[in-house]
Design a protein around this ligand. Structure first.
Ligand SMILES: C[S@@+](CC[C@H](N)C(=O)[O-])C[C@H]1O[C@@H](n2cnc3c(N)ncnc32)[C@H](O)[C@@H]1O
Length: 264
């Protein structure tokens, strides 16, 4: 069994790989930028607001939020390489004055108290080994009255063994929690007005697309047109097939969870 530090660094290292982009596209969460925009609407983002995107990955959502809502966005990710890539993307989009990226751990955010008007964290909270600490960190860096938005996989009941593997952990499945548990973490960290929305169809669609890409990747590897030496395609396909079944059985889903950090 991996330690918490091993789990975190394994997760960050896997998402750095080129094949992660091949399988997932630019947006590493179900619902893509449409659900990011929905998150921004519920968080009531406006020009002039200072927003933190925790576990920002390649910065796709941060760029979209800055562009769509006119906010100033700071993205942070455990992977220094992802933060570097995201910085390059922001420069290429001409948004360097509005967006910055900084390497950082969600469980120990490198920002002062009361820094942000809103914090969002898409499809990553479920991979943090210490969820209560991460939730407290989100609240700490929010100004009083600031809003937080999570999007995450949700789980009901027991998952089969293949969905409890390390790969499934990194794929945000193995440690997914019931929707009410995410709400509980925000509430315990000091948030009020918790609201939730389910978007299970977005997860079903994403897993379907990943399965298709895995089949294509296997064909290309077989034809020696693609090399993926560090990916176990058979295991990834098994996890994807089992995840599809779990979604059909109502055991896995996807949701947005919102809260407001209380007023001082
Ligand atoms: C599924 S990706 C989501 C990326 C991005 N939020 C998106 O939706 O496109 C998960 C991200 O979480 C990051 N991550 C994992 N553990 C982390 C931690 N403890 N602190 C900050 N980032 C972390 C990984 O490096 C990866 O970029």
């Amino acid at each position: 069994m991996e330690t918490a530090e091993e789990l975190k660094s394994c997760c960050a290292a896997l998402y750095e790989k080129d094949w992660a982009r091949l399988l997932l596209g630019d947006s590493y969460h179900p619902g893509g930028l449409a659900l990011t925009e929905r998150m921004g609407e519920v968080l009531e983002l406006r020009p002039g607001m200072r927003v933190l995107d925790v576990a920002a990955g390649r910065g796709t959502s941060a760029l979209h939020i800055a562009h769509t809502f006119g906010c100033e966005v700071v993205g942070t990710d455990l992977s220094a390489e992802m933060s570097r890539l995201a910085t390059v993307c922001a420069a290429e989009a001409g948004l360097s004055s509005q967006i910055t990226f900084q390497q950082g751990d969600a469980e120990q955010l490198p920002f002062a108290d009361n820094t942000f008007d809103a914090v969002l964290c898409e499809c990553a909270f479920c991979t943090f080994p210490d969820k209560p600490t991460a939730a407290r960190e989100f609240a700490r860096v929010l100004r009083p009255g600031g809003r937080v938005g999570l999007s995450d996989l949700t789980r009901e009941g027991e998952l089969p063994p293949e969905l409890q593997s390390l790969l499934a952990w990194v794929a945000c499945i193995a440690d997914a929690r019931p929707l009410e548990e995410y709400a509980h973490h925000l509430r315990t960290a000091g948030c009020d007005d918790i609201t939730t929305e389910t978007h299970h169809e977005a997860l079903a669609q994403m897993v379907k697309e990943i399965r298709g890409r895995l089949v294509a990747a296997q064909l290309l590897v077989g034809l020696k047109k693609l090399e993926l030496p560090d990916v176990d395609l058979a295991q990834a396909q098994m996890v994807a097939r089992s995840a599809e079944q779990a979604i059909r059985d109502g055991k896995l889903g996807y949701a947005l969870i919102f809260g407001q950090w209380h007023e001082g």
